[in-house]
Design a protein around this ligand. Structure first.
Ligand code: C2E
Ligand code: MG
Ligand code: MG
Ligand code: MG
Length: 242
């Protein structure tokens, strides 16, 4: 598991990290989750897999908290398919208990996908999860199908704008207008807004001007193994230097 910092734009502080899975294969080397998550979904082992991911992230948070007195919000990606399983909620509660995780420092990132629509059943589970104090973000916003219609009914805290919206945004007046409007839409609905895939200093400056709340991307840090992300968390504040 690797962890990528999420940076609060106003202060430059790292308020959270996103847990991203890595598979070190003896022959193929590092295999991207883009390759193996769909297979796990298709074959049905995403549920066991997903529980392992949540537990691992919780154990990591507890370690940071106990050993280093550091408490970043730890976000894990949840496949929509996991949400449809009846015992998802009870598994989650069990993991919280087993690991001694403080739920307010856990965040679940939910992605919309073409094969999945948010339905009443999934909304109910998401509401139960919110009631535990866990935070929820809508990942890759703008790439799904029913983005706009689901927004007002979903119990989410944060909109994560898909990084494709940021590509070549600067200087492209129409593209700037789109991103600006999404940020405002998020704020009007009382969500925090995070921009993914920030790679350049100019993008940081522009997003700050547009009142985007959080950014994440290679400009600050790639996803790192726990030992390498720890010094960043300890330092807590990433300087805005070019
Ligand atoms: P995501 O949740 O949208 O994660 C962001 C992806 O963008 C990550 O790719 C990250 O390494 C990459 N990224 C971050 N900053 C930048 C940047 O500045 N530029 C560019 N070009 N890329 C950046 P990664 O780690 O390959 O993960 C891909 C996707 O796989 C994730 O997208 C997520 O949907 C899924 N995934 C990863 N780990 C898990 C997991 O544990 N469970 C589930 N269900 N899905 C996971
Ligand atoms: Mg994510
Ligand atoms: Mg994303
Ligand atoms: Mg993505």
């Amino acid at each position: 598991m690797h962890y990528q910092p999420k940076v609060k734009l106003q202060s430059g502080s790292i308020d959270g990290v996103e847990a991203l899975l890595r598979w070190q294969h003896p022959v193929f080397g590092s295999v991207s989750p883009v390759e193996f998550i769909p297979i796990a979904e298709e074959k049905g082992f995403i549920h066991k897999f997903g529980d392992w991911v949540v537990k691992e992230a919780c154990l990591q948070w507890v370690h940071w908290n106990v050993k280093h007195k550091i408490r970043p919000v730890v976000a894990v990606n949840i496949s929509p398919i996991q949400l449809t399983k009846d015992d998802f909620y009870s598994s989650l509660v069990k993991i919280l208990e087993e690991t001694n995780m403080d739920p307010q420092y856990l965040e679940l990132e939910i992605t919309e996908s073409s094969s999945f629509r948010f339905e009443e059943k999934t909304n109910k589970v998401l509401n139960q999860i919110r009631n535990l104090g866990i935070q929820i973000s809508l990942d890759d916003f703008g790439t799904g199908y029913s983005s706009f219609s689901v927004l007002k009914q979903l119990p989410i805290n944060t909109l994560k704008i898909d990084r494709s919206f940021l590509q070549n945004v600067l200087g492209d007046v129409e593209q700037e207008a789109i991103v600006r409007s999404i940020i405002q839409l998020g704020h009007n609905l009382k969500f925090q807004v995070l921009m993914e895939g920030v790679e350049q200093y100019e993008e940081v400056e522009w997003l700050k001007k547009e009142n985007c709340n959080y950014v994440q991307g290679f400009f600050y840090s790639k996803p790192l193994p726990p030992t390498e992300v720890l010094p960043l968390l300890k330092q807590s504040r990433i300087e805005f230097v070019q």
